[in-house]
Design a protein. Structure first.
Length: 341
């Protein structure tokens, strides 16, 4: 596919950030990402699923209720836009081919749910939960649970019954994956078998009840500048917390500066994370998986805020562990360890 050029490629970052996203001139037509969408189409075809993916540009990955289309973030279409999103958010969701395909399969699960009206099943409700319940703003997840498939990171299947369904479908659709073997003796296997049977009975070689080309919240209708889009997304994903340096008897955490050559706190903590986690677990009486989630969040804060740590702290690991226990407990008590939807 021919390489696409855009009028703003010579813009400074400042000027690009001030540009309305609807005026960036982005289109999936003839874009290299269409090769991945065609790959998804082939996967569906091999399963005997009659619906082709209809994909459009918006501000996030989603499939709206009542539609048989799904959206992807417009920032995926150009390296500069991807880099800006990474700078603001720390990552570009779906930024490599493998990640893109995982998310695309997941969204296609929602599309097929809508197209073939698959929600209204007592057995599905029994296995997955009530898909009609409201979506939470955040969720807590158990990383060791075998009741859910492991697909998108952060245990996304545990966030809502409909996400559990879409994740299970995505695993079932993945080529060259022996899901019966991989999930043998897992409670999640019942869900995979249910998806398999449901598609055999209600989807494969059948005509969908619903098929449309609706594109809610499409890029062309968005009035935000690129900077406004990135700032709003960052505010949603990273709500403000009290980010003051941890208080200790003697300062051991410091903000990085030109004169401060101390190592990053996250690097030091990561080297001995297993020890710190065990001490924190005893100090806080929290589950180990929850301690690890909160400690990971604290380390991410250290990276984002460029906190360094004095080397003497590593010579007193139990003392440092108790300081970290206080921070971890604050994160858990404040509910900040929960994953934002």
């Amino acid at each position: 596919m021919a390489k696409q050029t855009y009028f703003w490629t010579h813009f400074s970052d400042k000027l690009l950030l001030e540009t309305p996203v609807s005026e960036l001139g982005l289109s999936l037509k003839n874009h290299p990402l269409m090769e991945l969408i065609q790959k998804l189409s082939k996967e569906l075809e091999l399963k005997g699923i009659p619906l082709k993916p209809k994909v459009y540009l918006s501000d996030d990955w989603f499939c709206a209720d009542g539609t048989t289309t799904f959206a992807i973030p417009f920032t995926l279409l150009h390296p500069r836009l991807k880099k800006l999103e990474e700078d603001y958010l720390g990552e570009m969701e779906g930024g490599n081919d493998e990640w893109f395909m995982k998310l695309a399969r997941h969204e296609m699960g929602h599309v097929l749910d809508n197209a073939f009206e698959l929600r209204n099943s007592n057995q599905r409700t029994k296995l997955f939960g009530d898909g009609h319940q409201p979506y939470p703003e955040t969720y807590d997840y158990k990383p060791y649970s075998k009741s859910y498939v492991r697909h998108i990171e952060d245990g996304y299947a545990q966030s809502h019954p409909d996400e559990d369904w879409a994740e299970t479908f995505a695993v079932w659709l993945t080529p060259n994956l022996d899901w019966e073997k991989q999930y043998s003796n897992w409670p999640a296997l019942k869900k995979l078998k249910f998806v398999n049977n449901t598609f055999k009975k209600k989807v494969i070689n059948k005509t969908p009840f619903l098929e449309n080309e609706e594109m809610p919240h499409k890029l062309e209708e968005m009035s935000l500048t690129l900077k406004e889009y990135l700032e709003q997304k960052r505010a949603r994903l990273f709500p403000k917390r009290n980010h003051g340096l941890p208080k200790t008897d003697r300062p051991i955490f410091f903000k990085k500066s030109l004169s401060n050559k101390l190592p990053l706190a996250s690097t030091v903590i990561k080297k001995n994370k297993k020890f710190y986690s065990q001490v924190i677990k005893r100090e806080t009486d929290q589950y180990l998986y929850r301690v690890n989630q909160a400690l990971d969040l604290f380390m991410a804060d250290c990276d984002r805020l460029k906190w360094t740590i004095h080397p003497t702290a590593t010579k007193r690991p139990k003392y440092l562990a108790k300081i970290l226990a206080t921070q971890v407990n604050k994160i858990i008590q404040g509910g900040h360890h929960r994953i934002i939807m």
